[in-house]
Design a binder for this molecule. Structure first.
Ligand SMILES: NC(=O)c1ccc[n+]([C@@H]2O[C@H](COP(=O)([O-])OP(=O)(O)OC[C@H]3O[C@@H](n4cnc5c(N)ncnc54)[C@H](OP(=O)(O)O)[C@@H]3O)[C@@H](O)[C@H]2O)c1
Length: 257
């Protein structure tokens, strides 16, 4: 097992759910953290908390992954001691709406495509060059089972996660001679803020997604991310699919009424 102590880990979308759990999991392992999301005050709160609880260095900043120039500038203007990034966790992502394609709101399509595809590309591109120069690095994408199997009422979200799967596979081929690991972890149902965002703030609909079975917690996924990040350097966990026990595919979930 590789130690994460002192490793510089850059995580997007840390103010909630899987990103937030990853922050605490990596902090516990002694990694130094570059943490970001759009809600800067929440990012700073998390930064203060982990500085107090764990003896690590933290660099917190606001980042909207959709804005390519901002992403480039944020990475370019990192202080010298933060320029070498060992691990990137591309976590920021979202769903909008869960209705039939022909009833859907195209504004939501734009948000999902911009965040889940372009955002991941923007951050990856801003960071991968220094990994290539050093011939060292690890990028872990948070994909989804929706990137393996499309499901009804999810055309565009599923398309964005299929895109993440394709980018992950192709990028792995492009950097296999650069000693850079490219991994994806593809969860099923995880209880996070995801459904509330997807249903435009409707808590009742969001809570119903997780009723009748035990969903994954964001800590379960952070645990799997740590496993991927701590394998020996010659081992790349290319893809990991994680379901709650009551889920068997993107459309099969056993719910007790
Ligand atoms: N929950 C699930 O069942 C599930 C299953 C499979 C895959 N996933 C994937 O897991 C990842 C994390 O989602 P989650 O479930 O943890 O949802 P979440 O609780 O809603 O967290 C999403 C995080 O992404 C950030 N974010 C959203 N848009 C952003 C943007 N434009 N720029 C920067 N940060 C942005 C949010 O922070 P701000 O609002 O502060 O920017 C938030 O911290 C996503 O890629 C999602 O697709 C989730």
């Amino acid at each position: 097992m590789e130690s994460l102590k002192g490793k510089k880990v850059f995580i997007t979308g840390v103010t909630s759910g899987i990103g937030r759990s990853c922050v605490y999991a990596f902090a516990k392992e002694g990694a130094d953290l570059l943490i970001s999301a759009r809600r800067k005050s929440l990012v700073d709160e998390i930064a203060d908390d982990i500085r107090k609880k764990f003896n690590i260095n933290v660099y917190s900043f606001q980042l909207d992954v959709i804005k390519r120039k901002d992403v480039d500038n944020a990475v370019k203007s990192l202080p010298a001691e933060w320029k070498r990034i060992d691990i990137l966790i591309n976590n920021a992502g979202m769903g909008r709406g869960m209705v039939k394609f022909y009833e859907d709101n195209p504004d939501g399509w734009e948000e999902m495509i911009d965040t889940n595809i372009k955002g991941l590309l923007n951050v990856t591109n801003a960071i991968i060059h220094q990994m290539i120069e050093r011939k060292d690095g690890h990028i872990i994408n948070i994909g989804s089972i929706a990137g393996h199997e499309a499901y009804p009422r999810g055309a565009v979200y599923c398309a964005t996660k299929h895109a993440v799967a394709a980018i992950t596979k192709s990028l792995r081929m492009d950097v296999m001679d650069k000693n850079i690991r490219i991994s994806t972890i593809d969860p099923g149902l995880v209880q996070t803020g995801f459904s509330k965002v997807r249903f435009y703030g409707d808590e009742e609909k969001a809570n119903a997604v997780y009723k009748g079975y035990t969903p994954l917690s964001p800590d379960d996924i952070a645990d799997a991310v740590i496993y991927i990040a701590t394998r020996p350097k010659h081992v790349n966990i290319a893809q990991m699919v994680v379901f709650p026990t009551a889920q068997a595919s993107s459309i099969h979930v056993h719910k007790e009424s």
